[in-house]
Design a protein around this ligand. Structure first.
Ligand SMILES: C[S@@+](CC[C@H](N)C(=O)[O-])C[C@H]1O[C@@H](n2cnc3c(N)ncnc32)[C@H](O)[C@@H]1O
Length: 252
């Protein structure tokens, strides 16, 4: 059962599915999106035995993480995105299911539960974190990559995008790092966070640049972003990056 906000969100992703998929088919977006994913899994032992991706969209993580997992399950409530995922990103050891994560009742447990840009679409994120905690293996980790609040320039750009981009959900919010920490703490998790995305995030999210500018910029981002992220963290300016990555483990 979906509530009103979930129904609206699901409809949005079904409506924009064709355009959404184009991001992962555009070379420079792909480079930036793969970087975001790989950076989110920084420090995680690979190949991952069993990974669950909640809000997997059209399933391109399977492509970006080739060789880094053994079993992958992707869950999303957008029928159109899952239809695409099943058709184009299904391989041995890969499974996609079209459902609301709140109705997900798997028979197996997962070493990693991954959510890239998903938690802030959920009306009751804590409820989701609590139920996902129950399907983790003993050393399992929930990994989220979330847009973070705190940088006024990024906040303004997001506001503008909500006004001019029909493909951008106006319901979505951004959490501060502290809000994310306390959300996971309330759910009984210990967290480790790090900053992610300086040049790469706008490249991952929009397709407005011509390829001859976008492609070299994306490769520059692959080299420069990790350095900038580290530098900003050392200087206590973590919130100047677009995203925050959280590795959360239930306290034993
Ligand atoms: C911003 S998109 C991110 C998609 C993908 N992770 C990516 O990085 O491109 C959010 C995705 O989460 C899905 N989603 C949001 N809430 C969900 C829920 N409760 N159950 C299943 N899927 C959900 C949406 O359908 C959408 O595909």
């Amino acid at each position: 059962m979906l509530n009103k906000r979930e129904l609206d969100d699901k409809k949005l992703f079904d409506d924009i599915a064709i355009n959404y998929v184009k991001k992962d088919l555009t070379t420079y977006c792909r480079v930036a999106r793969k970087l975001r994913l790989v950076q989110s899994l920084k420090g995680i032992k690979q190949p991952i035995k069993k990974i669950l991706e909640v809000g997997c969209g059209a399933g391109f993580s399977v492509d970006y993480l080739k060789g880094k997992f053994i079993n992958y399950t992707g869950v999303d409530y957008s029928e159109k995105l899952i239809k695409y995922a099943k058709k184009h990103n299904s391989y041995t050891g890969v499974k996609f299911e079209c459902l609301n994560v709140n109705d997900f009742n798997p028979e197996i447990k997962f070493d990693i539960v991954l959510m890239i840009g998903v938690l802030h679409h959920m009306p009751e994120p804590e409820k989701v974190i609590k139920s996902l905690s129950k399907i983790l293996t003993q050393d399992g980790i929930i990994i989220v990559n979330e847009p973070q609040a705190g940088n006024p320039l990024i906040g303004l750009l997001r506001k503008i995008r909500k006004k001019i981009d029909n493909n951008y959900s106006t319901d979505q919010v951004e959490f501060t790092e502290d809000e994310i920490h306390s959300m996971f703490k309330k759910c009984g998790h210990e967290t480790k966070t790090f900053a992610q995305g300086v040049i790469s995030t706008p490249l991952a999210e929009s397709r407005i640049l011509p390829a001859f500018i976008g492609i070299p910029l994306a490769w520059i981002a692959v080299v420069v972003d990790p350095i900038l992220e580290k530098l900003l963290s050392i200087l206590s300016f973590k919130k100047l990056t677009w995203n925050i990555v959280v590795h959360a483990r239930p306290k034993q």
